[in-house]
Design a protein around this ligand. Sequence first.
Ligand code: NAD
Ligand code: DAU
Length: 352
Amino acid sequence: MRQLLVTGGAGFIGSNFVRYWLAHHADDRLVVLDALTYAGNLESLSGLESLANYQFIHGDICDAELLEEILPENDIDTIVHFAAESHVDRSILGPEAFIRTNVQGTFTLLEAARKAWVNARRGQRLVHVSTDEVFGSLERHEPPFTETSRYRPNSPYAASKAAADHLVRAYFHTYGLPVLTTNCSNNYGPYQFPEKLIPLTIINALENKPIPVYGDGCNVRDWLHVEDHCRGIEAVLAAGEKGQTYSIGASNERENLDIVQQICNCLDGMLPSKRPRRDLITFVTDRPGHDRRYAIDASRMRNELGWHPTYAFADGLEQTVRWYLAHRRWWERVRRGDYRHYYAQQYGVSEA
Ligand code: NAD
Ligand code: DAU
């Protein structure tokens, strides 16, 4: 039986992980720590409150005192660290919050774990959930990223995650902290905040609004269903080697424009409209420093941990589209407040 602390558990991947874990590990106890920033949403965890082995704590990973209380009080032996500022465009508009949470926050968490786990028991583990963006951008002909790829972060977001990865590595080598890092490719699925490409496209297409595509739309991302990512973290927790890093991805490279068109076609099939929704596609100014291509070689996950993705992309995308259709209340609520201001600033439209 494990006692888990999940940071950032009210966000997209965190909330999917919490649901997945409680459904598959009913004997474990799970504490979620989340600051409930614009991206955190308790509604993504609704229905879990009544479980005796689940607790939510509203708090900040930069709060050392709080962490130093939570870890021993709950006898935490497993930490899954999702909490982060996660959106590249916001990191370009305002990088400071990214340095605070992703760098300072990860440092604070590592220090708290080091203190709490001073007499390391067998089985204690901290999984730091990172991203393929730390490796920079690939040319079309280059092989996908692996665990040995060079760090070459290009956005403030990627640089802040790279800094966190380095701290995690250093805490293993210097203090022997039982850490593991995962570098995952782009996730999609239920509960993703609508600032990201896939939910943004679904929602704008549903509302008959322009669908903004940056640059020429030919940037490539390697898409993985969020549940497959959660299963990957589960595999790393179960059998990963301490101090190691694991690249997670589905070898599912797609150009942005293809994804957007696929979503439009999918919606046209489900809810026919007068004009094909692909007519809403609008090419807009490119993201500064926009990475051209990400791709992951997940051989280590497959060969050493026996993990493999289970979702075919077309099925996962259709399931995701259906989820947004069925959860209008969820996305209408998260879009209120700060998001309207951000959207207006990012896409140069009025805040109405
Ligand atoms: P998200 O933005 O949806 O969620 C982040 C969560 O962290 C939110 O609930 C937010 O409230 C919380 N949080 C932010 N600052 C905090 C703080 N100071 N203290 C406590 N909680 C705080 O992000 P996501 O897409 O779910 O990503 C989760 C993690 O996975 C991140 O570390 C991200 O870098 C990584 N990752 C994401 C993807 C992806 O495609 N989304 C891919 C690879 C890796
Ligand atoms: O690769 C993993 C990363 O994937 C994670 O670390 C990040 O947290 C996550 O946000 C994601 O980063 P991206 O920048 O790749 O995701 P995003 O959904 O913002 O954009 C996907 C692609 O779509 C990217 O090439 C930019 C483009 N895009 C995005 C938006 C929001 C558009 O063309 N138009 C848009 O409006």
